[in-house]
Design a protein around this ligand. Structure first.
Ligand code: NAP
Ligand code: ZN
Length: 355
């Protein structure tokens, strides 16, 4: 058994400015990797600029949701031209994941995009992350999930890149829409269940999921009732952080595997796509004792209660039968994606997981 969590995490109000010196110490020229609006709207970009002070920087603000390999390569070109030597991902999972992939490609300017999906040991430049959603935990995971248009789906790159620094401030979450909050909280719940109910789960690494599920239970009812209180934002961010630490140790499982073609084909946000399979996953899980333990930690009486909750929170799935069937078949052909699920599973069971 092993625990490995190399990211230094700070979480508090005004976190970015408070730890400006550590951010600046990462290099001599930064690339700030963001989406179009949220980094500005939340004030996170403003805080980073204040923290950087005189440190030179360039802003790459063209990261789309579910960032593509093509966008990463466009950012790498600018980073190399500008002599960037560290990266700050500001936003949701999309800019944070993109920052990791850009940091890899910039450190290896002679490599083509093919290397993203090759198992070849390569250096990367340092990455700091500042999350403004409460779902992916990307600020503490080694994963970077990119859209591969050539393959019509999404997949994590082959390289493990932990951010060196994660700066968390719950105030950025106040700008999320209701859907943004629901989708990303659901993603974190997926990470927690999928990590706890996982081939790689053990007594040591289950601490993250156990604590995260208990935090999730604290805001569960208010999230459903659209009655989130100011104090909930920090709890949501911490549940997402712990969920990230959990999957950093175990990886995700079947709901994530089923979600990627759904997001790619129907443009359904990541967290919502995961949530559509989550209740059925827990319901199907063969170790009923462990599944029940996870449900109770999150405040659900049983799997039916989780399914009912998610149906109310996310609405009914209404996914085309052919998409479900082809997604299940693709998943069954992919040993890398099945290995985290400790039991046998059929296409029929995978399709039936949908809520
Ligand atoms: P996201 O794709 O990063 O952002 C979704 C939307 O929310 C964007 O329009 C974004 O705007 C907006 N937004 C972000 N923060 C906001 C705020 N505080 N207020 C208002 N709007 C805000 O969403 P995400 O769910 O966090 O990330 C999903 C991605 O992460 C997927 O690609 C998924 O596969 C990946 N993921 C990675 C990991 C991992 O371990 N690395 C784990 C799970 C998921 P802008 O575009 O303007 O920023
Ligand atoms: Zn996820």
């Amino acid at each position: 058994m092993q625990l490995y969590m190399p990211t230094k995490v700070y979480s508090e109000e005004n976190c970015v400015v408070n730890h400006a010196a550590e951010l600046r110490a990462l290099g001599t020229k930064a690339m700030l990797v963001t989406g179009k609006h949220s980094a500005k709207a939340t004030g996170a970009l403003h805080d980073v600029l204040q923290a950087l002070g005189e440190t030179p920087y360039v802003i790459f603000d063209a990261i789309e949701e579910n960032p593509s390999v093509e966008t990463v390569m466009a950012a790498r070109k600018i980073a190399v031209e500008e002599g960037v030597d560290f990266f700050i991902g500001i936003g949701g999972g999309s800019p944070m994941d993109a920052a990791k992939a850009i940091a890899l490609m910039t450190a290896n300017p002679e490599e083509t995009e093919a290397v993203l999906y090759e198992t070849k040991a390569l250096p990367h430049l340092p990455v700091a992350c500042i999350p403004t959603t409460c779902g992916t935990g990307s600020e503490v995971t080694p994963y970077a999930i990119l859209t591969r248009h050539a393959h019509k789906t999404k997949r994590s790159i082959s390289h493990k890149i932990f951010p060196v620094l994660a700066l968390l401030d719950g105030k950025y979450l106040r700008h999320l829409s209701r859907n943004g909050l629901v989708n990303t909280c659901t993603d974190a719940l997926g990470h927690l269940f999928e990590s706890y109910l996982n081939t790689n789960a053990n007594d040591l690494n289950s601490i993250y999921a156990r604590e995260g599920l208990q935090l999730w239970a604290q805001f569960r009812d208010r999230l459903l009732a659209d009655a989130v209180e100011a104090g909930d934002y920090e709890t949501m961010l911490h549940a997402s952080l712990l969920a990230g630490m959990a999957i950093a140790h175990t990886g995700t499982s079947l709901p994530h595997g089923m979600s990627y073609p759904v997001t790619y084909t129907l443009n359904i946000p990541h967290g919502r796509a995961v949530g559509l399979f989550l209740g059925g996953f827990v319901d199907t899980y063969e170790d009923k004792v462990r599944a029940q333990k996870a449900l109770e930690l999150a405040g659900f009486a049983d799997a039916a209660a989780l399914r009912g909750y998610l149906r109310q929170l996310l609405g009914a799935a209404q996914l085309p039968e052919e998409l479900l069937q082809s997604g299940a078949e693709k998943l069954l052909e992919d040993p890398a994606k099945l290995k985290n699920y400790p039991f046998a599973i059929t296409a029929q069971q995978l399709v039936a997981m949908v809520n």
